[in-house]
Design a protein around this ligand. Sequence first.
Ligand SMILES: Cc1cc2nc3c(=O)[nH]c(=O)nc-3n(C[C@H](O)[C@H](O)[C@H](O)COP(=O)(O)OP(=O)(O)OC[C@H]3O[C@@H](n4cnc5c(N)ncnc54)[C@H](O)[C@@H]3O)c2cc1C
Length: 561
Amino acid sequence: MNRKKAIIIGSGIGGLALGIRLQSLGFDTTLFEKLDAPGGRAYVRKADGFIFDMGPTVLTVPHFIEELFSLQRDAAALGEPDFPAEIMDPADRIKSGITSGPNTAKYVKIIPILPFYRIYFDDGTYFDYDGDPESTRRQIEAIEPDDLAGYDKFHDAAKAIFDRGFIELGYTYFGDLFSMLKVAPDLVKLDAVRPLFSFVKDCFKSPKLQQVFSFEPLLVGGNPLKVPAIYAMIHFVEKTWGIHFAMGGTGELVNGFVRKFEELGGTIRYDSEVTKIDVEGSLFGKKIAKGITLADGTQHTADLVVSNGDYAHTYSKLIEPQYRLINQDLRVKLTKQSMSILVIYFGFRADGLEDLDLRHHNIILGPRYEALLTEIFDKKVLSKDFSQYLHVPSLTDPSMAPPGHHAAYTLVPVPNNASGIDWDVEGPKLTDKVLTFLEERGYIPELKSRLVYQSHVTPDYFEGTLNSYLGNGFGVEPVLTQSAFFRPHNRSEDISNLYLVGASSQPGGGTPSVMMCAKMTAREVAKNFGISPEVVNGVAPAPSKPAPETAPETAPEVAKV
Ligand SMILES: Cc1cc2nc3c(=O)[nH]c(=O)nc-3n(C[C@H](O)[C@H](O)[C@H](O)COP(=O)(O)OP(=O)(O)OC[C@H]3O[C@@H](n4cnc5c(N)ncnc54)[C@H](O)[C@@H]3O)c2cc1C
């Protein structure tokens, strides 16, 4: 077989997922990664016996992971149904502890987490969100009985959006305007295009419940006041398949993907920053990517090039302007970037904290919601108050910290670097403020005297280390005008064999979305390289899957923390 050569720039989850898929389609794939290890945003920081996932911690849709671990070399397996019947079973999957599947189990152990999130309000009360309708209703009733009817309304509307927007259309690649116009009337009918927060406000009177049912897009860089209501589907994605954790941390999932990619014959080169995508052609004629140039000056050729890097970085830093008719510098500059984050990684002594009243995932909301979001996303100023997401994985997996300690990170949304904030000055100050808050409010008593490890990253890390324009934390901002056809295209409009994969392209950010993106990009590659259309359109005969070497777990494990 004459194997064509593919190059992927970056080893984020999207890059790795596409690498696995391209190996399965019959390409010889090399991943060039700037950093010394894989994962991108999911890079792992190890220090003093602690393991810190630097980025994603909430895993949803374990089926997407299982699908990747099921792929075989040269099997061209893009024809599987995207949502096979067996994962759509309406039985209560959360309580039954759905695990990720036999092929995943060979690489990484993934377990469900309950509750999904504990959401603390500023007055110290909280809401445990766990996807169980009865417990959800009980907690709504305790906060605002009148909102029970609103929950029914929200639930039904979110379900309709999930069915159409995720199950039926989730994998649609909007490469031309017509494909988008075809589905737009449906989305308007479902009320999925107006801002999520206004949609939620129509259902709930209580400001607390308005926050509970709208905060989720923040986890993928979206402003709940601005993202279209199609994002209400996140609620249903979580409810349907649960929230999961990779034992040992998300880094173990990344390691599993690397292993799988290498087993399929792929190659990864670390410490290999790409400085140029080498293109041939002219502005108005056909343009072809011939390969890439690395920072050390070496050149590598390929039949196709994919960037898993940031959209703005890819076009404005790696491709010379004479090859970009559509994605010119002005367009790149006008594209709105998501907000950024300050993330504090810390380890602390746990003696005497046996009754620590925290869960694995804690959302700690500040005193203001709408005003705070406006300051972060629009005014781009550093607010005096903050909300945060506090992650304590050692509550589920003690191996994340040395004995007698906990490993944690807390993530604070902040403006991206369009703000001009000097993070060398403000980063340490905000870090101190946040840790003091966690101690004084009693979330972690005597935290500061218990700390044995502490470090933080600011938007400068996203800009300088991860090459993300303006230090965006989550890629191109998910707003209506940057969704579907209007989001950067997975197949470049400028260069015929250049592709994008990852949070900036379609369908968007978050680990499940970038895995979907990898499949969508792989389908475009398969189409353009003449690989069987049946395979691409999802109607091929089911590919043969290897018999599981590891038996599925019989007694499902659910971490309740
Ligand atoms: C703190 C944080 C928490 C998050 N939490 C969650 C969560 O709980 N659940 C969830 O689903 N999502 C979460 N997300 C979002 C999720 O992590 C991302 O959407 C996803 O991981 C992005 O993957 P990606 O494939 O787009 O690539 P990225 O992770 O952005 O990786 C891109 C890679 O490209 C490399 N690169 C860039 N330029 C070059 C170059 N010129 N040459 C070579 N290499 C280059 C970079 O070094 C990097 O490794 C979180 C994000 C952050 C930052």
